[in-house]
Design a binder for this molecule. Structure first.
Ligand code: SF4
Length: 407
């Protein structure tokens, strides 16, 4: 009999339904789930699969340890499992099925961009970026005061790093300054495919969670809040199985109001920090550069954030792309400051001088223009930081991810 294989960790997006915390386990209990990738299931989900094989539940813990901590990618290499069990699982069509780095592009500044193969029901490649020493996006959140590199082997060439993760293949949001938008939306990524990018990059760089200082930003391809359930399931997997702190993760949204409203209700132990990609100081300019603003105007976006209960020292981040002559004037900085104050929450602004791409009618402002904008915000009492572009030469910088093969 042919068994139907359902996509792992894919649940319908219904804004009225809270995301079940035991989601992964629920997926594993599906009677249709009889083979396929194990990566993406949490320890409970893996235990369910193993119990159905007549094995004790703790075998699930052993698989979770192997795939999320030891970065093992072949069932046959999990030596904590008896050989006969490994062979049985493989014979039934189970595999680890973690996304794999297929191509690496290296920047002169140390940044690496990866094409990551996701071999799901519909194989696709997505992009993930590794930025040793970060991109200054963390500036002002207190983390720069921590001891960098504590307890790391001397051989390491980086003291801290940021991984930029994709949530969809392509994007439907159509921001006018972004190369990813030109791909359109190909498909959502599953939770395993989102978390798998992180683990594949950790594997490449021998990252040890608990020893190394790595931040995650969900700012790669796609709009995480248009793939909300899978995104949050990936976050829970990264927190509970991989062992990362949600306070080391930041998700950026283009302003999907129903998504923000759900996100602010997420419990603190699995909620990343929030960044709103604002990019303009009023509806008129924003609707031009981000057509999504016609659906959710700027005031609705800012107001949706207001109920958020922040952790101690946490701040909301507003991302703001400076487009020469369009969004970079000092009076626009003062307008932006009023919006930021409207949240009533501790906040900061990350300024990003636009990263150029082919066939755009935008320009990158001069460094002194960006500095004047930052200064005008500071004059309004809003902390602002200019993010350093990383990996522009390999199309890895913000807004440049479109699976470019040359670089
Ligand atoms: S900036 Fe982000 S949300 Fe906007 S089109 Fe690009 S990937 Fe999508």
């Amino acid at each position: 009999m042919m068994l139907k294989v359902v996509p792992r960790n894919t649940v319908p997006d219904n804004p009225d339904q809270p995301v079940p915390l035991d989601f992964s386990e629920a997926a594993a209990e599906s009677p249709e789930l009889r083979s396929g990738p194990l990566f993406g299931l949490d320890a409970g989900g893996l235990a369910t699969v193993l119990k159905r094989e007549g094995e004790p539940a703790w075998r699930g813990e052993q698989i979770a340890e192997a795939i999320y901590h030891q970065y093992i990618t072949e069932l046959s290499s999990i030596t904590t499992l008896p050989l006969a069990l490994r062979q049985k699982l493989e014979g039934e069509g189970w595999r680890i099925g973690r996304p794999e780095i297929a191509k690496v592009f290296q920047s002169a500044d140390g940044t690496e961009r990866y094409l990551v193969e996701c071999a799901g029901a519909k194989p696709e490649t997505v992009e993930t970026v590794w930025m040793p020493e970060g991109d200054d996006g963390e500036a002002g959140d207190g983390s720069e005061e921590e001891q960098a590199g504590e307890g790391q082997p001397d051989a390491k060439t980086w003291r801290r790093a940021t991984v930029c993760v994709s949530s969809q293949v392509g994007c439907a949001v159509n921001c006018q300054f972004c190369l990813t938008a030109r791909l359109g939306l190909k498909r959502n990524l599953t939770a395993g495919e989102i978390a798998g990018q992180v683990v594949a990059v950790f594997d490449r760089h021998n990252v040890r969670v608990g020893r190394d200082r790595v931040n995650l930003v969900f700012m790669g391809m796609g709009e995480p809040f248009l793939n909300y359930n899978n995104f949050m399931a990936a976050v829970r997997l990264l927190v509970r199985e991989v062992g990362l702190s949600p306070q080391r993760m930041t998700v950026s949204t283009s302003g999907i109001v129903p998504g923000i409203e759900r996100f602010v209700q997420e419990p603190g132990e699995v909620r990343p920090k929030l960044a709103i990609s604002l990019n303009a100081p009023n509806d008129e300019v924003r609707a031009e550069v981000m057509p999504i603003n016609r659906k959710w105007p700027i005031a609705a976006v800012v107001d949706a954030v207001r109920p958020m209960r922040l952790r101690p020292h946490e701040r909301i981040t507003f991302e703001y792309v400076l487009l020469g002559g369009v969004t970079d004037r000092p009076e626009q900085a003062r307008e932006l400051a009023r919006l930021v104050r409207r949240t009533g929450l501790p906040a900061k602004v990350n300024l990003i001088a636009w990263n150029p791409g082919p066939d755009f009618n935008y320009s990158t402002p001069k460094a002194e223009t960006a500095e004047q904008f930052r200064y005008a915000l500071a004059g309004e009492g809003i902390p602002a930081y200019i993010r350093q572009p990383r990996g522009r030469d390999i199309f890895a910088a913000c807004g440049q991810l479109k699976r470019t093969l040359e670089a």
